[in-house]
Design a binder for this molecule. Structure first.
Ligand code: G3D
Ligand code: MG
Length: 206
């Protein structure tokens, strides 16, 4: 039964440097907001187990080690991702405007089978700062998400732990949906019609 199989979901977090990607992951996995953690992270990813619809899944969250400054993350980072989290800082308009290129970069590097339906989730972070600092309205962000095929959108604070859990639950659910679809594909690979192909090749002496 497939529900007994161990499910590993790969999630990657993209966005400009400083928007809070590492802090969001740390808040979700370790329930902590600290600067110390950032200095010590050496691993490529953190994992967390959670139950989705009675199914135990392991979510593996891949964070960058600061290379996002150069937009050169390498293909191994993107490969096999089941969900891509696009993160920006609501107090930094530039970080919102670059979401387009992060999304494009993901689609080029990961080249998912069905790019139109690949699960993205957008997080607008640092909503704990005072309103006067805010540069991107919720409406503007939601319009963008809608225009890209109704990407789910959450406004978060890694610092205060606002909406972090619910956002990652949605991320995990969407990743699981994607993973299950992949499984379906791999269970029924394209058949290779040896008889037809051989018959079509006049040069074949076998
Ligand atoms: P990055 O991984 O995207 O580069 P970091 O971002 O997680 O390293 O965070 C960058 C800075 O933003 C850090 O501050 C961090 O403490 C702060 N930050 C992250 N999330 C939030 C948040 O939700 N609210 C607030 N107010 N700050 C946040 P420093 O000062 O260490 O650069
Ligand atoms: Mg970081």
């Amino acid at each position: 039964m497939s529900s007994r199989k161990k499910v590993l979901l790969k999630v990657i977090i993209l966005g400009d440097s400083g928007v809070g990607k590492t802090s969001l992951m740390n808040q979700y996995v370790n329930k902590r907001f600290s600067n110390q953690y950032k200095a010590t992270i050496g691993a490529d990813f953190l994992t967390k187990e959670l139950a989705i619809d009675d199914k135990l899944v392991t979510i593996q969250i891949w964070d960058t080690a600061g290379q996002e400054r150069f937009q050169s993350l390498g293909v191994a980072f993107y490969r096999g991702a089941d969900c891509c989290v696009l993160c920006y800082d609501v107090n930094n308009a530039k970080s919102f405007e670059t979401l387009d290129s992060w999304r494009d970069e993901f689609l080029v590097q990961a080249s998912p089978r069905d790019p139109e339906n690949f699960p993205f989730v957008v997080l607008g972070n640092k909503i704990d700062l005072e309103d006067s600092k805010r540069m991107v309205t919720q409406r503007r962000a939601m319009n963008w998400c809608q225009s890209k095929g109704n990407i789910p959108y959450f406004e978060t604070s890694a610092k205060e732990g606002i909406k972090v859990d619910v956002a990652f639950e949605t991320i995990a659910q969407n990743a699981l949906k994607k993973e299950s679809e992949n499984e379906l594909y791999s269970d029924f690979p394209e058949p290779i019609r040896i008889d037809q192909d051989a018959a079509r090749d006049p040069g074949c002496a076998c």
